[in-house]
Design a protein around this ligand. Structure first.
Ligand SMILES: [Zn+2]
Length: 163
């Protein structure tokens, strides 16, 4: 889209960033994701059901859309000899971190954990979870992590290495 066209009028009424994720905030009623069961109510997604008598629309939440489209907001690339020797433990830590994080922040989920050569690639639906996983790795195992935010901080790439 032409930048000029998009500006002015639209800028006053539409959010500038996270357009896709925030689009639903202007919806008056509640929403319920048919994929994961999360609810959208009072401006945020959570696992808390709204009062039963209020209208509720069935939708696909932004996290489920990202998972379906493999459209990651966070990417971690883990490497090093320590990873090879402690892979199971590290994957458990990643899954545990997701479980903790998504309790409070319903849209922060894992998309995938995949081996790519000697590396372990982890993708997430939100930057917050990627950041938290990297800090959990550093706290538990030391190593060296580099954090690179791009796209107005809507995307985070982390590389973590320990030999
Ligand atoms: Zn969902």
């Amino acid at each position: 889209m032409d930048k000029h066209q998009r500006g002015n009028k639209a800028a006053l009424t539409q959010p500038q960033h996270h357009d896709r994720d925030r689009a639903h905030q202007h919806h008056a009623g509640h929403q319920h994701c048919s994929g994961c069961g999360a609810y959208f109510s009072t401006g945020r997604w959570s696992w808390q059901a709204p009062p039963a008598d209020s209208p509720c629309e069935t939708v696909t939440c932004p996290a489920c859309r990202r998972i379906a489209e493999h459209n990651a907001a966070g990417n971690l690339s883990l490497s090093g000899a320590f990873l090879q020797a402690h892979r199971t433990e590290i994957v458990n830590l990643i899954r545990h971190t997701e479980a903790q994080e998504s309790k409070e922040h319903a849209l922060e989920r894992l998309i995938d954990i995949a081996d790519e050569g000697e590396r372990l690639m982890v993708s997430t639906t939100g930057t917050h979870l990627a950041n938290r996983i990297a800090h959990a790795l550093e706290a538990a195992y030391d190593g060296t992590a580099h954090y690179t935010y791009t796209d107005n901080e809507t995307h985070l790439d982390v590389s973590w290495k320990r030999d």
